[in-house]
Design a protein around this ligand. Sequence first.
Ligand code: B3K
Ligand code: ZN
Length: 875
Amino acid sequence: MRTETPPIVRLEDYRPSDHLIDRVDLDVRLDPRDTRVSATLSLRPNPVGRAGAPLVLDGDDLVLLALDLDGQAPPPDAYRADASGLTLHAPPQRPFTLRIETRLDPTANTKLMGLYRSGGVYCTQCEADGFRRITYFLDRPDVLSVYTTRIEAEREAAPILLGNGNPVEAGEIPGTGRHFAVWHDPLPKPAYLFALVGGRLDRVAKRFTTMEDRAVEIAVYVEPGKAERAAYALDAVERSMAWDETAFGRAYDLDVFNVVAVSDFNMGAMENKGLNIFNDKYVLASPETATDADYAAIEAIIAHEYFHNWSGNRVTCRDWFQLCLKEGLTVFRDQEFSSDMRSRAVHRIAEVRTLRARQFPEDAGPLAHPVRPRQYAEINNFYTATVYEKGAEIVRMLRTLIGEASFREGMDRYFADNDGTAATVEDFLKAFETVTGRDLSRFAEWYERPGTPRVAVSGRYDAGARTYRLDFRQTRPGAGADAPPLVIPVRLGLIGPDGPLAEATGDAVENGVFVLDGAEASLTFADVAAEPVPSLFRDFSAPVRVESDLDDAARLTLLRHDTDDFNRWEAAQRVAMRIMTAQVRGQDADAVAFVGALGAFLDAHALRNPAFAAQVLALPSEGDIADEIGTNIDPDAIFQARRDLRRRLGADLRARLTALREALSEPAGASFSPDAAPAGRRALRNAALDLIAAADAQAGIDLARAQIAAATNMTDRLAGLATLALLPGEAREAALAAFVERYADEPLVLDKWFGLQAMIPEADTVARIRRLQGHPAFAMTNPNRVRALVGSFSLANPTQFNRPDGAGYDLVAETVLALDGTNPQVAARLMTAFGSWRRLESGRREAAEKVLRRIAATPGLSRDVADIGARSLGG
Ligand code: B3K
Ligand code: ZN
């Protein structure tokens, strides 16, 4: 535990390593409390490093047992070693070998970084800086080495031994009950991609032949007894491999691809070369235990980690400032995959919902940072929505600007030019400059500046001249007048009273895209017969906030007639937002036209496209409304406005919603499929249930109970329970009790049960959570449990987290502090829930600030939590 102020790492201070490590030979003897690691490193001076510099190897919590240099123990004054590093004062100026022996206690490793045990399975997590908890090393992404790993363990405890690369040898150690396996990874990689696994696991596997004719054995390893729940993940790996070949021309490069699911994991999953390690929440699925959303997340995360094999592993990052180079790009790639597997428009809506829910607030608060940060105290705090989601939007804008064909050509060029290297954002952009001949230096500004840009748009129709003119103005919060304007692709079209007008064309609009690259710009359309409605930022063509002067009637025209499904959804969201924010501000919140338009929309489209209709019916969240209002936020007023509009919709559309539920019900005996079409039908039925229940509690209770009783899958069962969770009373408590009894042995389902209760918007929820923290199934050592109970509360229960008396803040603060000693990464992540505190009304703002100051003043904080505390309060 540290108390000193953490040092700041700066991009401008980057310099190449003074030494390189070409080969790493590891011998790992696994033992629950006394694991021995012998690392043989083949080192040499880096030709572009400083000649004669000392060799400074990173370490974290290490115990050095033995050291030799070219086979000899160095004299004691030749080096210095402690838990956090090993320095050779005057290393040889030629290639040399270091053998380092360290001792680890995987059972005591509660940080879940480095080598640890999860439910008896040995596993590793090395990104960003966990490898230094295994052995002393140059633990930086621009040091690439070829690894050979020998793993040894007791056969009974760990019959499965997995490493990076290909298996080369395995055998028994006679008379010891121990066995070993040797793995070799021929492709040089940074230490953060190292992994090993040892344990008792079940396996499902299939063969895949790549377009280069390589036979690959794909396998998914899970807790014994759960093999059939791994089938969907296995299938997703196969589909990802095939898709990356067709969509990006990328083939897999080893003989095996292994995925291992473990139950204690700090995040979603990790792309270790040839050996992806996953939080089991993103692998295990059965109709009885997983919702449609779970299946979709498994598909997306399996794809994401697999796609890293090229965008991240084959081409890695020069330093951690370039994190978006692999994360933003890989999110873009997994988004495209999911869009191809499912409905493109519906997936785009989901992407934008996530961006607005997580990235916009982050970018508007004290934790805002550029997509490529320039400095950090703790890199693990920068795996953020900005790096990932806004990073993906930048890649998407690039494709919009240069067109699909050039984009694909540029990607090919990027992979070809940078394969086997540690690259930068500049290398990425250069590939596209090379293939298009365009100068992307102004576009690159997107990587550098925090804050969500605003684009104000107004339109004017001149009936005499038959022209329609659009005026654009961009501003960036916090950016000075001299800040260069961003290059913003605006995909757009014009809609007439009865449908789309001829698609916008002309000098300034190419393939439906207008490029706004000045602070202000205008665009005039000629020969427009009647006043049109502009459809702006189609498909959400840029991550900006659009301020347009369209009224409800114009927006409802878009809902009816736009050819861009994203903007039809957006139109309904904007009108709903206008109604709810008006109510919060005490203004006229007339909803008549909206309700009428939604009714007509449902009549025309609900049965043809239920997944899309479900999205249109789902109002902006309380968080979205808060983000829209921006200052002086009162979560209770927001909650009421949203509840009132849900009630209104449920009451006025009751007959239609009831008919839809009937029409969309599954025929008895139908077998479950997690595919997009049946999932879309379930989504619309359940969206209808939510609105009916909002308007008529008794009907809601009856429908939800009937749905739970008849449910043949977790999606419908959980939707029924979620409906009841919002309706206080006996029925709710009985249903919760029945649920926990039924799933007592299913940790991932219990997470849903914890999460639902944490999200109940009622005054006694804090007390309920405190009770649940004492539930035998709750464990502070399991990140999924903590996120389910306390994370759901802080992120998805705005009225209770932001209680005026501060009791919600206290609960989260206590959890952050209790967790900090054992798992600082998860503690710091939980603490980011305070990130929007400055935007609250004054009473809550003061309460939140007090709690933040209390956390920040606690002695002995981890660097992770201290960093979030300092940044949340600063700025
Ligand atoms: N690269 C990992 C995230 C590592 C987080 C380290 N704190 C998973 C992913 O984005 O694919
Ligand atoms: Zn990733």
